[in-house]
Design a protein around this ligand. Structure first.
Ligand SMILES: [Zn+2]
Length: 257
């Protein structure tokens, strides 16, 4: 057998070594690892959430990662956005994170857009993905991500961290969506931004790790433990709750699909 696989979807010998601790797992085999290699994942937001979830997915072997974020790196980001250093100040987050992930794992394909996720690019970015990871910092983007994922039946795994608390949920094609959970008229004007509320260094990293973990379970094994459920993590007493939520009969996003 040569070192280079004839089939680009098969794992090379080097990849087999790189991912050996996963392939050794009970319940995680070469097929699961190859499913990761074949997967297309979009990461929306290269901040505290996206830096960590992106790095874990790259290391774990997710084959194609696209990152979108319009922001540039500021000194106040370095406390929690683990892909960046003081040398990166002023540069685009999406670009620096993408280069970092590509260096970590040369066997995957990483692309990026230094722009906002908005109506002009949402359809193109979402429709061919196997899963979308939302780690953005505002409700306007979050509602748009939810709507476009629902439109193309692309599963969404959304994480947020603010203060000492984090949230994580998954919406799949036939499940309740983000807007069922948080009706737009009640939440559209609320802030999600760390710039206003503060955030401990660890909180986004923990929530992003859970987001990446769920993504690996979904891509590798097809399991959806948080489908239509909201996980709320309390960073002061280290407890977590998992709340089941239901479809909202009045949800405009679910009604449209
Ligand atoms: Zn809905």
């Amino acid at each position: 057998m040569s070192n280079h696989s004839e089939n680009e979807f098969e794992l090379s010998n080097e990849e087999m070594h790189l991912y050996s601790r996963q392939i050794l797992l009970d319940g995680w085999d070469i097929d699961a690892q190859e499913r990761l290699k074949l997967a297309n994942v979009l990461i929306i937001g290269a901040g505290g959430i996206g830096c960590t979830s992106g790095e874990l997915l790259a290391r774990a072997g997710v084959g194609k990662i696209t990152i979108i974020d319009a922001d540039t790196i500021e000194i106040s980001n370095l406390q929690r956005q683990i892909a960046f250093t003081g040398n990166d100040l002023g540069r685009y987050k999406a670009e620096i994170l993408a280069k970092h992930l590509q260096e970590i794992n040369p066997h995957i394909h990483v692309s990026y857009q230094n722009s906002r996720f908005d109506e002009t690019n949402a359809d193109d970015l979402v429709q061919h993905q196997d899963v979308v990871l939302d780690g953005c910092d505002n409700f306007t983007t979050r509602y748009l991500v939810n709507m476009v994922c629902k439109k193309y039946q692309v599963p969404l795994i959304s994480a947020s961290a603010i203060g000492f608390e984090g949230q994580l949920f998954m919406a799949d094609s036939d499940s309740a969506c983000y807007e069922c959970l948080f009706p737009k008229e009640e939440h559209a004007n609320e802030g999600l931004r760390c710039a206003e509320s503060g955030v401990l260094a660890t909180t986004p990293v923990i929530m992003a790790s859970l987001q990446a973990h769920h993504t690996l379970l979904f891509l590798g094994l097809g399991s959806t433990p948080l489908k239509q459920k909201l996980l709320v993590w309390n960073g002061l007493n280290l407890s977590q709750r998992i709340l089941q939520f239901e479809k909202d009969a009045n949800c405009p996003v679910c009604q449209a699909t």
